[in-house]
Design a protein around this ligand. Structure first.
Ligand code: ATP
Ligand code: MG
Length: 413
């Protein structure tokens, strides 16, 4: 089953608002096996919306729009919908009642202008909005589903999760599908493809997609079958194949993140972690503490940007810095060692590198990064050579540091 996402609003097409709604919806649909084949955006013009809706209904089974459902004059999505579907707007008493009650709770009388939000296209069902005044609209006709959602991101997200996904899942699973995400890091997409060399896909009716980002490559396995059980079995066959080939690079599945996986390992082993960062400026600490409950294993971190901070706070020796420089294997080791001792933790990770765009040399070009790891038994550092983009280098340094620790704890060499 394929889908088109249409985001609506002048602010979207002019670039004043970044279209995060489409990304959210695309990911959510992907997770239940609905394939997004088109994404488009259209301004606040009835005529252009009509055109976009008609085209989308022609080429996809599911159409999801966001924006323009508010009560003001510039919110005209409903007008375009009734034109395309040739319906009238029907008044829904229960929608109005709900709105009145919600306003009353806040001690406000429902403004007259909001009353038109209880008008929905004939034959449409409404999708409750827990935090805003615009309900979602769902129209199903001739094997097509048309869903209109409000533009405010957290309202749209709530309706997607509570209403749209369960609804579509039911339709999708009529045929039986299974979606699985295997998350890898520390290996390039092309290398993965080479090692996997699978053509199980056609054989099994299973599709494998490579989804690369600065943090790693996700492998999405989409299987279909007579029913969910059959789809899952097909998917499992491919998962086992992938694990046998590249298992050491797979750190988790589905909603796992490197930081959540590390966190669980540390909890299981009753161990603690501290970090010392230079070029990532706190991003490693931020990433680790994005996991709720990180206080169980994360003691703290130091951002030691200048040499003086490395010397004063981590006891890196001045002569070492003079001899090897701050971006060196020796310095990364000394930082990790000093950090672990300072915090008395079981592990310490350190990062020192040249994030760029300035500061590179022939010997150490931009992207040169050293990750140090200190445990109670040993301390070592690994060199990485990332690219030339500062933000991506920092992200890759954080992922590489976490992956270095994961491999150490699990003894993956
Ligand atoms: P409202 O009842 O608030 O008017 P609405 O359904 O009419 O809701 P819009 O007016 O189109 O929605 O947008 C409301 C807010 O949501 C705006 O601040 C807008 O910037 C934001 N927004 C709209 N569409 C998107 C999008 N595709 N991605 C991110 N933000 C969006
Ligand atoms: Mg609006």
């Amino acid at each position: 089953m394929n889908a088109e996402i249409i985001t609506i609003g002048d602010e979207i097409i002019t670039g004043h608002t970044i279209d995060t709604n489409a990304a959210f919806i695309a990911k959510a649909l992907g997770s239940i096996g609905v394939e997004v084949t088109y994404r488009s955006s259209v301004g606040d013009s009835i005529e252009h919306m009509e055109e976009a809706f008609r085209l989308a209904l022609k080429r996809t089974k599911v159409v999801i729009t966001t924006g323009g459902l508010g009560p003001t004059d510039d919110d005209i999505t409903k007008k375009a919908i009734v034109k395309v579907f040739r319906r009238n707007l029907i008044f829904h008493e229960e929608v109005l009642k709900d709105l009145q009650e919600r306003f009353a709770k806040r001690g406000i009388k429902l403004p007259a202008i909001n009353q038109n939000q209880a008008l929905l296209p004939q034959g449409a069902t409404f999708l409750p909005n827990k935090s805003g005044s615009a309900v979602g609209i769902c129209l199903a006709e001739k094997g097509r589903v048309f869903i209109a959602l409000p533009g405010v991101p957290f309202e749209m997200e709530q309706i997607m999760i509570d209403e749209v996904i369960p609804y579509l899942e039911k339709i999708v699973t009529g045929k039986g599908t299974s979606v699985k995400l295997l998350r890898t890091t520390g290996i390039m997409e092309s290398k993965l493809a080479e090692l996997l060399a699978v053509d199980l896909r056609t054989e099994l009716g299973v599709r494998l997609a490579y989804l690369p980002s600065a943090r790693g490559v996700d492998l999405r396995i989409l299987a279909s079958g007579e029913n969910n059980e059959e789809a899952k079995q097909k998917s499992n066959t491919l998962v086992r194949h992938i694990e046998s080939k590249v298992g050491r690079y797979i750190y988790g599945q589905d909603t796992d993140t490197l930081e959540s996986v590390i966190g669980q390992l540390l909890i299981d082993n009753d161990q603690t972690l501290a970090v010392a960062e230079s070029c990532t400026g706190g991003e490693l600490g931020k990433t680790i503490t994005s996991v709720s409950g990180a206080s169980k294993y994360f003691i703290g971190g130091l951002i030691t940007y200048a040499d003086s901070a490395k010397i004063d706070l981590l006891s890196v020796s001045k002569s070492l810095l003079e001899k090897h420089g701050a971006v060196s294997q020796e310095c990364a080791k000394a930082m990790a060692d000093g950090c672990r001792k300072k915090f008395d933790s079981d592990y310490a990770l350190s990062i020192t590198g040249i994030a760029g765009p300035e500061g590179g040399s022939e010997e150490k070009p931009v992207g040169t990064t050293f990750i140090g790891l200190s445990s109670r038994n040993e301390t070592y550092a690994i060199q990485f050579n990332f690219g030339t983009l500062r933000e991506i280098n920092r992200t890759r340094a954080v992922s590489s540091a976490l992956e270095t620790l994961r491999r150490y704890i699990l003894d993956i060499r």
